[in-house]
Ligand binder design. Sequence first.
Ligand code: MSP
Length: 650
Amino acid sequence: MTKPTYYITTPIYYPSDKLHIGHAYCTTIADTLARFHRAKGEEVFFLTGSDEHGLKIQRKAQEKGITPIEYVDAIIANFKQLWNELNISNNDFIRTSEERHHKVVQDVLTKIFEQGDIYKKNYEGLYCVPCESYWLERQLVDGKCPDCGRPVEKMQEESYFFKLSKYQDWWLQFIEENPNFIQPASRRNEMINFVKQGLEDLCITRTTFDWGIPVPFDKKHVVYVWFDALLNYLTGIKYGTDDAMFNKFWPASLHLVGKEIVRFHTIIWPIMLKAMGVELPQKVYGHGWLVIDGDKMSKSKGNVIDPLALIDEFGADAIRYFLLREIVFGNDGNFSRDALITRINSDLANDLGNLLHRTVSMIEKYHGGVVTNAGVSEAVDEDLQALVKTTVANFEKDMDAMEINSAIKGVWALISRANKYIDETGPWILAKDEAKAARLQTVMYNLAETLRVVAILVAPFIPSTSPKIYTQLGLEVPAEFLLTDAEFGKMESTKVQKGEPLYPRIEIAEDGATIIGGKRYEPKVEAPAPAVEEPKIEMEPIKEEITIDAFEKIDLRVGTVKAAEKVKKSKKLLKLQVMIGEEERTIVSGIAQYYEPEALIGRNVIVIANLAPAKLFGIESFGMLLAASDGNGNLVLADAPGMASGSRVK
Ligand code: MSP
């Protein structure tokens, strides 16, 4: 019989810098789901990798005076080390710089181009080089630049566009017919609202840099990095080169992605596949973000957590457990060392570690290490066995529904129950009475057998712990911990072997150092990155007082960015199409040095909606965006995430 298949992917990470704990979070979830499906007996393909092209990487390499590939090679070594140390069980690692991927991207582009879904658009205009401005014929004064009076030149630039707009109605219908495609539901609603505002065709080529995949039908251009990156999911399972492999695993069961890239995966990606005539993935899940002590991770704050250092200190399983247990899957969650240490000490060292330690020690003490089911049962045993059964059933249900936190809580409820069972049955009292020998055996067996089932259930979360439990229980470690073995009573007898504590308790010294298993780890003082120290801000003086009536005259609204592009020949300006309720406006904003146009699409902004229109670089701008800037080159747009477009801001 052929096994059911399960194909799961993580986003492919940008190798612009080393990976941090947020990236480790996403990959840990994917790994846990991959392991769970293997435990169900499915044939799993789990893909992760690196997204290597684009201007950002090219610039980073230039800064270092090396080639982009030299730059990314060094970082990929860090990715692979991290996944190895975190016990990530990916079946392949795809790099977009690989030849196998270039071929897929170029073949797909050619196909879509030939069928007419990609077209070239010329931007043509009269250009004043000193003013870096395009002008329309009618705007010229005596055939010259209206600003400086110098002659203008005819210039043209070209890009290729993918016809997203053509597929808008198909997309809306698809989403309606497949309500589970985008999860959680809140992200689905966001995407529907976004598409209903109208899809713009997508510019999918660039000529301003060359670190990318050349466009096969026009080698001056390289492919836009997202169009390139999304196709990794096909390259990884040999699209176009091995039909048997591809057909086995496609459509993907799950693309697991962070919330900010749901749009690419649920709008652009399905439309690309539709245009290619390839089936759509079954599900895209947008998880939340990890923040550090309530704050976004950033180099300037010095709060970027290196997962390799954490693994060195606490071990991979402890980090995995914390991420999976503490953060409610789908929501943003907080990482803090204190919470990590508390979880390790309570759940891993106390609950699980002690249960194993007490059980194995008692079996050694009372029965020379050998345990068999002597069959002298009491009501309390049935209670424990019933809980094992329901825990296994609920575990499978929860994991199938990706309710990871709930699955873990269920297993830990069983662990607590087993600890309580020790107190209820009082083995040390039974041991004093010869006549109770068989009862004592049964109690010990029930504990060992519960632990065996627990080891199977926790294997997807803490995969290096399960073999340790099995070894201490004296059982042969299987190649795969299978759920079919998580059945109470399957183990006949065994001879336990006491080992090291599963998780040594973490002590905190007075100076903040951690002491784990006798080893001291110096207190962590995260130094902010020196190059980007927080600048001192010369605060501008507060302006003269105004009345509330004067303020009320300003109509501030939430707008949603529908399209964004650089204003030709301007370094500072972006031209945005912003929806304010049903109304679409063009707004030109001086934020090009702070935001990539693509990153703004779908984002909410705050617009001064009743500002008199102004012309910037020949483009009429209807409104202004609110942003905070510190006069030191830092600028952040004000926003109102999740608010309906058109909402008033007061
Ligand atoms: N290269 C693209 C993905 C292309 S997939 C075809 C990319 N790379 S990324 O390195 O910037 O981010 C990769 C993933 O890491 C995203 O899903 C993002 O949400 C996730 N995370 C980055 N920081 C994170 C946290 N602080 N917390 C949780 N996940 C975070 O986007």
